[in-house]
Design a protein around this ligand. Structure first.
Ligand code: BGC
Length: 789
């Protein structure tokens, strides 16, 4: 055995197994019947070390440094899961199973060579779509459906939800995340956590924190000021913890202001636990960080997936007194406290038969609720019953249900657009099916192999349907539907050319279709089957309707058909802005960052050749609509925007007087003033006085979705606003302060479409929360300020 780490790991395993055997008859504390502290006290140092390091992940080509400590003991408990912890049977400690991810449970669909039994999971819509529903009850329902699959497939903790901010449209994993706004991130996360955990399984909210890019993700140093960190990048996590109790938090890959997040005591202990009261355990992202001992000290209790090298480092550090064993005891205690709650500990007899049918219905309903109608000129949608639809676009025939990497799901099927339309009583013309399918499979076969199996292959070019065929279709059908598809995932950010911007062929195809159909007096509907924001301003005038379907999960075709047929009135609104152009994005100059000179000490060449890199968040707090609205940069479709098939009228906004603590209520009545039943997303924005601090033009502070209102029906909505919602983070005082002065409260159908305003005054400053002065950048950052407008 050449690898000394593996040798040590084998010894540890031997110690564990033998101690288990010899201890059988002794009266040793047992997890569950003895207090956790007693169990920890009864553990040997080797057992403790083995507990805080996962059992490893092993696949061909993995360097010795990255190999797991105890291969085979537990890694196949649920094939395809992301990792397990060790079992120590003499103390009654079971191994627990952790599996991805945000859009549904990710496990292997088949086991070994046996294809007679399958283990499919439901591919739910991506997080960005769920956030566009602005419906926390719905998200909770989706969470509880996901939790059912987690539990019935024998998994203990779902590695989700993910809530990093959409800082830039090119973020490769934006689809896994909710929004550009921390309030939405926090509310959606809490709803998802409460839903999943209602099933008796756990969650891991991730990636904590400021993991806003994939480029050089294992090495990148995010240089960010305290205020944007507190107000934007940490805030979603903080808000989520006010309304839910996730069992675990996953630290991120990146560094913040020079130190890996997984090695930052100030982040994982001072902020997360001391300030916010988090009670679960923290795990690393897979192979994240570089110093196992520093991670233990920081309060990063579990190292995943776990390597023999990490075990060796921790063991030696305790032995040579550079790591206090008490720190390790605390890490283990936190882990065991959660293990106690798991189905594995409770010996739950999982069925391997979750309610896939019922969950598919939830996936379909959620997908339709989060689609956003961006344009609908001449009320082209909903389509008349039995309308003949010409369907174009590679993605029509090869829908993108969700993104790739750990956020992918192994689903049993995808409902195609054509099947969905037919099922809804529309008449899609199927004559292009064969040419499209042939083209797509030929092009896919020609793609170069990716360097690693988990990398997304390059997209294939759009099939350029010949002009004479388009002309025939324009003659034979009533309306054209063109799907534009995009995919992305772990390890890479998106590109500008042929991704953020449409490709030359896509633009040509859209123009040819529009010309041909418009010449016949027929309309063109575009479906955006995308996981993130794309450019729309240059081509949208040429088409009649645009439905942002996002990546809607396995029920894609049915959910799209629900909207285009009018069975469901669209009610989704953007939780992330569509700018006019990429150059308008406030982080455009600072994304993804720059590489640094010299070798990177943490390079993991097997995965990706990460170089030493850094990015400076110079835009400060001005990200997303906070930037566009404050600096008067016109977006293509603003934050909060989305059309309906019906209309809504807003009554007067009434505010109660703020009480001693600065808390007040805002009430508004919304009426369906149109001809169809529909739901409205109502948004409450606040403009705060900027006495001693720069403030954004307005910030979202509350939102609600009405019930399905019939024409003429009204609903009264009441929002409770607390001083906490009025406060900004004052770095000099290290405090959240609601400044004295006038606050403008605006109720809108979007961040731009303000329906009612009112104002109130706070007579004196309210210091909402005093916090620690931590996480500071090494040097001051030249952040964007309104003075530079
Ligand atoms: C991802 C995590 C995921 C983990 C386990 C990592 O590459 O960043 O989000 O949970 O893998 O699959």
């Amino acid at each position: 055995m050449k690898n000394p780490n593996l040798k040590l790991a084998t010894c540890l395993l031997f110690v564990l197994v033998t101690s288990s055997l010899f201890a059988q008859n002794k009266n040793v504390p047992q997890l569950g019947s003895s207090p956790v502290k007693e169990v920890v006290k009864a553990m040997t140092l080797e057992e403790k070390v083995s507990m805080v390091v996962g059992t490893g992940m092993n696949f061909p080509g993995l360097s010795p440094d990255m190999q797991g400590p105890v291969v085979g003991q537990t890694e196949n408990k649920v094939p395809g899961s992301a990792g397990t912890t060790i079992a120590i049977s003499r103390l009654g400690i079971p191994s627990i199973v952790l599996a991805d991810g945000p859009a549904g449970l990710r496990i292997a669909p088949y086991r070994g060579k046996d294809s007679s039994v399958s283990y499919f999971c439901t591919a739910f819509p991506i997080a960005t779509l769920l956030a566009s529903s602005w419906d926390v009850d719905l998200v909770k329902k989706v969470g509880s459906a996901m939790g059912n699959e987690v539990k019935e497939y024998g998994v203990d903790i779902l590695l989700a939800p993910a809530l990093n901010n959409h800082r830039n449209p090119l973020g490769g994993r934006n689809f896994e995340y909710y929004s550009e706004d921390p309030l939405i991130n926090g509310k959606m996360t809490a709803a998802m956590v409460n839903g999943v955990q209602s099933q008796g399984v756990g969650t891991s909210i991730k990636h904590f924190a400021a993991n806003n890019h994939e480029w050089n993700r294992n090495t990148i140093n995010v240089i960010v000021g305290q205020r944007p960190l507190r107000e934007i990048y940490l805030r979603g996590f903080q808000l989520a913890l006010k309304e839910s109790k996730p069992w675990t938090v996953m630290s991120s890959y990146n560094k913040i202001n020079g130190t890996y997040t997984s090695e930052r005591h100030d982040l994982l202990t001072t902020v997360l636990r001391d300030e916010w009261g988090f009670k679960g355990f923290v795990m690393t992202d897979w192979f994240g960080g570089s110093d196992a001992v520093a991670q233990m000290k920081a309060g990063n209790d579990l190292l995943m997936p776990g390597t023999a090298k990490q075990q060796k480092a921790i063991l030696e550090a305790v032995q040579n007194h550079t790591l206090d064993e008490k720190v390790l005891d605390q890490n283990v205690e936190r882990l065991l406290t959660i293990v106690l709650q798991t189905p594995s500990f409770k010996k739950y007899k999982y069925s391997n038969k979750p309610d896939l049918r019922g969950n598919a219905q939830i996936a379909r309903m959620a997908a339709a609720e989060g689609m956003v109608l961006l344009k609908n000129e001449g009320a082209v949608l909903p389509l008349p019953h039995a309308a003949k639809v010409a369907v174009f676009g590679n993605a029509t025939y090869d829908m993108v249900t969700g993104g790739t990497g750990s956020g992918d799901v192994n689903e049993a099927y995808t409902v195609s657009l054509i099947d969905g339309l037919k099922e809804a009583g529309l008449s899609p013309d199927e004559s292009l099916s064969m040419p499209y399918h042939t083209y797509i499979s030929e092009q896919k076969a020609k793609r170069p192999k990716t360097r690693n199996f988990f990398l997304l292959p390059p997209p294939i070019e759009e099939y350029n349907v010949p002009a004479d065929i388009i002309a025939k279709m324009a003659e034979a059908t009533d309306v054209a539907m063109v799907t534009i598809g995009r995919n992305s995932g772990e390890f890479a950010d998106r590109k500008l050319e042929n991704d953020y911007y449409l490709s030359a062929i896509e633009k040509e195809l859209l123009k040819n279709i529009s010309d041909a159909f418009h010449a016949k007096g027929k309309k063109v509907v575009v479906l955006l089957n995308v996981g993130g924001v794309i450019e729309v301003a240059s081509w949208r005038d040429g088409v009649d309707a645009i439905l942002l379907t996002w990546q809607p999960g396995q029920e894609a075709g049915n959910a799209i058909a629900d909207i285009v047929s009018g069975k469901v009135t669209p009610s989704g609104k953007l939780a992330t802005t569509f700018p006019m152009d990429y150059k308008d994005v406030s982080s455009a100059q600072n994304f993804p960052g720059k590489t640094l000179e010299g070798p990177d000490p943490n390079n993991r060449s097997f995965f990706i050749n990460d170089k030493a890199a850094e990015v400076v968040y110079e835009e400060g707090i001005y990200t997303g609509y906070r930037y566009y609205n404050t600096f008067n940069v016109k977006p293509a479709y603003e934050f909060g925007y989305g059309l309906s098939y019906t209309d809504f009228k807003y009554g007067d906004l009434q505010l109660s007087a703020p009480d001693q603590k600065g808390q007040f209520n805002a009430t508004v009545t919304v009426t369906d003033n149109g001809k169809l039943p529909g739901k409205e997303v109502v948004q409450l924005y606040i403009t705060a006085p900027s006495k001693s601090l720069d403030k954004p033009a307005a910030e979202l502070k509350a939102f609600a979705k009405t019930a399905l209102l019939k024409p003429g029906q009204s609903q009264k909505l009441t929002f409770t606003i607390r001083a906490d919602d009025l406060a900004s983070f004052h770095p000099n005082a290290s405090a959240w302060i609601a400044e004295a002065g006038n606050y403008k409260v605006a109720i809108g159908a979007s961040s731009k479409d303000i329906k009612q305003t009112a104002s109130l005054a706070l007579s004196k400053d309210v210091v909402v929360e005093k916090v620690h002065k931590v996480l500071e950048p090494e040097k001051p950052i030249n952040e964007l300020k309104t003075a530079s407008k």
